[in-house]
Design a binder for this molecule. Structure first.
Ligand code: KG4
Ligand code: ZN
Length: 349
């Protein structure tokens, strides 16, 4: 099993990514192409542009990865492709590519849940990480606390009742005119600021387990509008204030989940927002307070990539859970289907 080779394909948002990963955690080759230039002037990801860019790039990228690894398609044990959740046009481009390769090579297809890719990615980075662990999954579309009990076994402990934290980063960055993509830009700005603005921390201390970020985002908008001609320092201070408030919300809710999931052997963070250094530091100290090891994948593995999809494929290949070529593309696909919809959560539950 350690010699198994899985090709992973990711195209659910604005990163086109392909990786070839071996069961012993070696990444033989990988490519990640972001589409920032294509979406920048719109200030957000345009689904149709994203799907077309994936369609243009994916096939040559698969070829490059195989050539660089020196591996023939026939030697790959399975093809893993993101089948959702995400922007449906892009998901379809990636999944149909994965299906075509699986069919051509006569190898199994593994239709991977993008969130499971993020959820298992810390195990690609750290061989010591065992189930069960408590996962804070924070990305542009999701903000959840999950009890990860095994491959395919997730217990949702909390989700957002409105915006995902990455979305709040992106929208606050937009309001502050910090550029696109917003999360990393806001983090850079916050480095030069002090958190002197009093911003709300929605649901902190609340008895319900969930997250909420819409009020914080709106408060950034109001604070920005209240300054007629903001200086660079004002903007940096607002960015720092937002980041501090977001950190406080995440750690408060995570502390609550640690109590609700005492079987956890580690606190783990994954997803694009896990690339944020202030958030990593805050979570590391929370884990230390509770005597839990803290695991955060390297930055490049936090944002969307093909290696996490290939790794989820390897984990599923190990359990024998493969798909056939009828696997559907799914715009929504909760990791814990038994979790109830929360108020106001809309598509994000
Ligand atoms: O996981 P990901 O690459 O794509 C989704 O599945 O959503 O996450 C992207 C999100 C975006 O909202 C982006 O702004 C945020 O992760 N992000 C960050 C940072 N790097 C990426 N947010 C805060 N600080 C960062 N350094
Ligand atoms: Zn993602």
């Amino acid at each position: 099993m350690n010699n198994s080779l899985v090709l992973g394909i990711e195209s659910s948002c604005d990163e086109t990514a392909v990786a070839l990963v071996r069961g012993d955690r070696t990444i033989l080759a990988q490519r990640i192409a972001s589409q920032n230039e294509a979406h920048e002037r719109f200030g957000g990801v345009v689904p149709e542009l994203a799907a077309r860019a994936h369609a243009d790039r994916l096939a040559p990228m698969v070829e490059t990865v195989l050539v660089e690894a020196g591996i023939a398609l026939a030697d790959v044990d399975a093809i893993a492709g993101t089948a959702g959740p995400g922007l449906i046009g892009g998901v379809m481009v990636g999944l149909v590519t994965a299906k075509a390769l699986a069919f051509a090579a006569g190898k199994p297809l593994i239709a991977v849940n993008h969130l499971e890719g993020h959820a298992l990615s810390p195990r690609l980075a750290d061989a010591r990480l065992q189930f069960p662990y408590l996962l804070l999954l924070v990305s542009g579309g999701h903000c959840q606390l999950l009890g990860v009990e095994g491959v395919g076994r997730y217990r949702r402990l909390a989700t957002t009742i409105d915006d995902a934290v990455g979305e709040a980063f992106d929208k606050s960055a937009k309001v502050l005119d910090l550029g696109f993509p917003g999360g990393p830009a806001l983090e850079r700005a916050a480095k030069n600021g002090t958190p002197r603005f009093a911003l709300p921390r929605p649901l902190v201390g609340s008895d319900e387990p969930h997250f909420s970020f819409a009020g914080l985002k709106s408060a950034v908008l109001r604070a920005r509008a209240a300054i007629a001609e903001p200086t660079g320092q004002d903007i940096a201070d607002l960015a720092a204030s937002f980041q501090q408030a977001a950190c406080d919300c995440l750690t408060d809710r995570t502390a609550r989940a640690i109590a609700a999931f005492p079987e956890a052997t580690a606190l783990v963070v994954a997803g694009g927002v896990a690339a944020n250094q202030a958030i990593r530091t805050a979570l590391a100290s929370l884990a230390a307070t509770h005597g839990l090891p803290f695991v955060a994948p390297p930055m490049w593995l936090c944002t969307d990539n093909g290696a996490m999809i290939a790794w989820a494929g390897l984990e599923r290949l190990r359990t024998g859970d493969v798909d056939d070529l009828h696997a559907p593309a799914r715009p929504r696909w909760p990791l814990d289907p038994s979790a109830e919809t929360v108020r106001g959560a809309g598509v994000k539950a």
